[in-house]
Design a protein around this ligand. Structure first.
Ligand code: SF4
Length: 164
């Protein structure tokens, strides 16, 4: 077994180096630290996503994007949040829950709509089961389009919301 491990060597991808994306992440992280200068707490609300957007949101916490390293944390309750990061489309079943989450978030609050579904309803649109875009249910400050948006785009969206 040991011989096999040694023969196989390292098969994972090398970490992102000094490419354009790495430079953009570093720049956004510096901006967040400069603008924020304190912790920002985010409650993520899945209002009907296919979970593609959630996979990219999870990537915000990896050691590369390092959101927590800059004092930005995901919290379990909207009562502890400064910002709602909402993926959609908003299903009819989640409409009430999203309104309650919005009402429970203390003022001043920020709302970022994530993904094409969150921004416009995306491929699901409006139907008997879907309210469509997040802004149809609660006020939205910033939209981050993409299907799904990249972690860098999400980071830029969070920063844009904080700048408002
Ligand atoms: S924007 Fe794309 S990845 Fe995100 S919830 Fe909609 S279909 Fe899924």
């Amino acid at each position: 077994m040991l011989r096999r491990i040694l023969r196989t060597g390292i098969v994972t991808e090398p970490p992102p180096g000094t490419g354009a994306e790495a430079r953009e992440v570093a720049r956004l992280n510096r901006e967040i630290l400069r603008i924020l200068g304190r912790a920002l707490t985010i409650r993520q609300v899945d209002a009907g996503s296919c979970n593609g957007c959630e996979l990219e949101i999870h990537a915000l916490n990896n050691p590369y994007t390092n959101l927590e390293g800059y004092g930005i944390k995901f919290v379990a309750s909207p009562r502890h949040a400064d910002m709602l990061l909402v993926t959609g489309p908003v299903t009819k079943n989640m409409e009430h829950a999203l309104k309650v989450a919005y009402d429970c978030t203390p003022d001043p609050k920020l709302v970022v709509a994530v993904g094409d579904c969150g921004c416009t309803g995306g491929v699901f649109g409006e139907s008997y089961a879907s309210c469509g875009a997040v802004e149809k249910v609660i006020p939205v400050d910033v939209r981050v389009p993409g299907c799904p948006p990249t972690p860098v785009a999400l980071l830029a969206g969070i920063l844009a919301a904080v700048r408002r």
